[in-house]
Design a protein around this ligand. Sequence first.
Ligand SMILES: [Zn+2]
Length: 120
Amino acid sequence: MDRNELFNRLMQLENNVSRIHEDMQELKSLTVALVEENVALQIENDNLKTLMNQEPESTPVEPVSQVQEEKKAPQKKQRQSREYFATLYREGLHICHDVFGKHRNGQDCIFCMDILNDKL
Ligand SMILES: [Zn+2]
């Protein structure tokens, strides 16, 4: 094997490695996007299930029960959003304002913790 061929093969190998690295980065960000979408869909699914289970109860029959429903609603909503934020954080996403929904890459975030402690 002459020197030129050796250099050519080394350069080829270097190109392949950098292409693999690029593919790797692309796959990584795709995976993060998919996980984020999956979490969002899971939460939406849970919310829809909760709504479906509530349906028969919340059919307004008389004005009095309607007023009661309205009184109960904010509390229920607050609890749901608490669970929503806690779930998002547990799944590894930011819930703090600046980077909401972005992946935490396994690191704790003091801003997210502040929000969680505030809400829980
Ligand atoms: Zn955060």
